[in-house]
Design a protein around this ligand. Structure first.
Ligand code: GLN
Length: 457
C-alpha cells in the first residue's frame, strides 16, 4: 500500500520519510518467535505501527523533518517506541512532519509536503501530517505522534482520523526530539477511538527517564472506549461549550458538523452547558512566545558537532568552530525554525524577558485558571478541533500567522497540560472535507474522552 500511494512525486502522499521492508519483516518475525515461545503479547501484537520522525528509533533514521539531522541514527529507542515493540507492534517506518514539529500543515518539512488523501492538492494539517495520512490512507492502522500545540489533533481532524493528546506527563517524552518541553506530549493516532485507546494503553505510564513523567495508576483507556461504544448512556455527562472556542470565524460546514455532534451527545443523555473562558483569546499570542523561547533553547544543541549535518563555510570542508556552526545552521534549519529561534532568543533576552516571556507565562496561568473554573461546572469541553477544513497546499505561504491562528482551538490544552481527543464528525458540505470534534477533560481524566468519543462513532 505504501509503495502504491506514497511516492514523493506530485501525486504521491509522501507520508513516510523512511520505510525498510527488511527491517519490518525482521521485527515481525521476532514477534512471531516470542508468540511461539509462549510470551503473552498484548491485543496489538503483530499490528504495523507508523512512527512520527520526532521519536528516535534504532532501526530507522530520525530527522524530525529537518536537514540538520540528516543521516542521524539514534543509539536507543524512544520509550513510546520501546513499549510498542514490547507489546508486539511492528514499526513499519517513520512519518513526515513539519521541521521540529513547527507548523500546522507539514509544508515546513525539509523533505517535501505530505498530501491529504481526501484531496491531494490540500494539506493534511500538521505538524504530524505524515502520521495522520499514513493512518487515513490505509498505509498503517496505527501511528504515533507528538502534540505541542495540536500536532496530533489538528491533522487527525483534517484527515478524518482519530488522535489523542494525553495528559502532560502521561506518556514518556524520553527519546522525543524536544520542541517545547513544557508543552510536548506523545500520543496515538488511529482510525477508531478504540484503536487509539488501545495504543494509548501501550505507551502510557511512568518512566524514570523522563523527569516530568507522572506516577499515576491509569485506568484502561480501551475499557473506557468499549463502554462508550457499547451505547452506555451519557446521562449526567456535562459537556461544556466555550464561547471563545466555538469560533465566530469558523467555516460554516465546520460549525454545522459541530452543532450536529453536540445534538448527538445530547440525544444520548449529555447536558450541554455554555461556559466562558475569558483568557482564551490570548492563548495563541502566549503560546507563540513560550514555544519559541523553549524551542530556541532545545535547538541550541544542533551545533554541527553532536548530531547530523556538518557543513563548512563557503563549501569548504572545514573552518573555525564558529564558521562551521554558522554554515551548518544556515544550511540545516528551514525558515520556520530560524524564525522561531530568533523570536525565542529575543523574547528571552535581558531587558525583554519580563515583558514577553514573563507576560506569556502569566497568561498561561490565567488560561489554566479559566479551565479549572470551567471543569467545576462541566466534565468535558467540546469544540471544533480546527476552525477550517484542509486548505490548499501553498495557500498560507509567506504568512505564518495564518497557520498560527488555526491553532487557537488546540493550544489551550497544551498550555494547561490537559488531555484532548479529536474524533471525525463527518465532512463539510461546501468542500466534502473531514471535520473533527475536539473533546477536552481535566488532567488525569483521559478515559472520559475515550468514553464520550466512542459514543460519537
Ligand atoms: N501548529 C503548532 C506549531 O506550529 C503545532 C506544534 C505541535 O503540536 N508540534 O507550533
Amino acid at each position: 500500500r505504501i509503495a502504491a500511494v506514497d511516492g514523493a512525486d506530485d501525486r504521491g502522499l509522501n507520508a513516510f520519510l523512511a520505510v525498510d521492508p527488511e527491517v519490518s519483516l525482521g521485527a515481525a518475525e521476532a514477534i512471531d518467535a516470542r508468540r511461539r515461545a509462549g510470551e503473552p503479547l498484548g491485543e496489538l501484537a503483530g499490528v504495523p505501527l507508523a512512527i512520527k520522525d520526532v521519536l528516535v528509533t534504532t532501526d530507522f533514521p530520525s530527522t524530525a523533518g529537518s536537514r540538520i539531522l540528516e543521516g542521524y541514527r539514534s543509539p536507543f529507542d524512544a520509550t513510546a517506541v520501546a513499549r510498542s515493540r514490547a507489546a508486539g507492534l511492528v514499526p513499519i517506518g517513520k512519518t513526515n512532519m513539519d521541521e521540529f514539529a513547527m507548523g500546522s500543515s507539514t509544508e515546513n518539512s525539509a523533505y517535501g509536503p505530505t498530501r491529504n488523501p481526501w484531496a491531494p492538492g490540500r494539506v493534511p494539517g500538521g505538524s504530524g501530517g505524515g502520521s495522520a495520512v499514513a493512518v487515513g490512507a490505509f498505509e498503517a492502522p496505527l501511528a504515533l505522534g507528538s502534540d505541542t500545540g495540536g500536532s496530533i489533533r489538528q491533522p487527525a481532524a483534517l484527515t478524518g482520523t482519530v488522535g489523542a493528546k494525553p495528559t502532560y506527563g502521561g506518556v514518556s517524552r524520553y527519546g522525543a526530539i524536544a520542541l517545547a518541553s513544557s508543552l510536548d506530549q506523545i500520543g496515538p493516532v488511529a482510525r477508531t477511538v478504540l484503536d487509539t485507546a488501545l495504543l494509548h494503553d501501550v505507551i502510557a505510564g511512568h518512566d524514570h527517564r523522563d523527569s516530568t513523567s507522572l506516577r499515576h495508576d491509569w485506568p484502561s483507556m480501551a475499557a473506557a472506549a468499549r463502554a462508550g461504544a457499547a451505547g452506555e448512556s451519557l446521562r449526567g455527562l456535562r459537556v461544556g461549550v466555550v464561547a471563545q472556542l466555538s469560533l465566530e470565524g469558523a467555516q460554516d460546514g465546520v460549525t454545522a458538523r459541530f452543532d450536529e455532534a453536540l445534538a448527538l451527545l445530547q440525544a444520548q443523555g449529555a447536558e450541554i452547558v455554555e461556559i466562558d473562558a475569558p483568557h482564551f483569546e490570548y492563548a495563541v499570542a502566549a503560546y507563540y512566545l513560550i514555544l519559541p523561547a523553549e524551542a530556541s533553547s532545545n535547538l541550541a544543541k544542533y551545533d554541527s558537532v553532536r548530531f547530523g549535518l556538518r557543513v563548512g563555510p563557503d563549501g569548504a570542508a572545514n573552518g573555525t568552530v564558529e564558521e562551521v556552526m554558522s554554515a551548518t545552521r544556515e544550511a540545516g534549519f528551514g525558515s520556520e525554525a530560524k524564525r522561531r529561534i530568533i523570536l525565542g532568543t529575543y523574547a528571552l533576552s535581558a531587558g525583554y524577558y519580563d515583558a514577553y516571556y514573563g507576560s506569556a507565562q502569566k497568561v498561561r496561568t490565567l488560561i489554566q485558571q479559566d479551565l479549572a473554573a470551567a471543569f467545576e461546572r462541566v466534565d468535558v469541553i467540546a469544540s471544533p478541533t480546527a476552525p477550517t477544513t484542509a486548505w490548499e497546499l501553498g495557500s498560507h505561504h509567506g504568512d505564518p500567522l495564518l497557520d498560527y491562528l488555526n491553532d487557537a482551538t488546540t493550544i489551550p490544552a497544551n498550555l494547561a497540560g490537559i488531555p484532548g481527543l479529536s474524533v471525525p464528525v463527518g465532512t463539510a458540505v461546501e468542500d466534502g472535507l473531514p471535520v473533527g470534534l475536539q473533546l477536552l477533560a481535566p488532567a488525569f481524566e483521559d478515559a472520559r474522552l475515550y468514553r464520550a468519543g466512542a459514543a460519537l462513532e
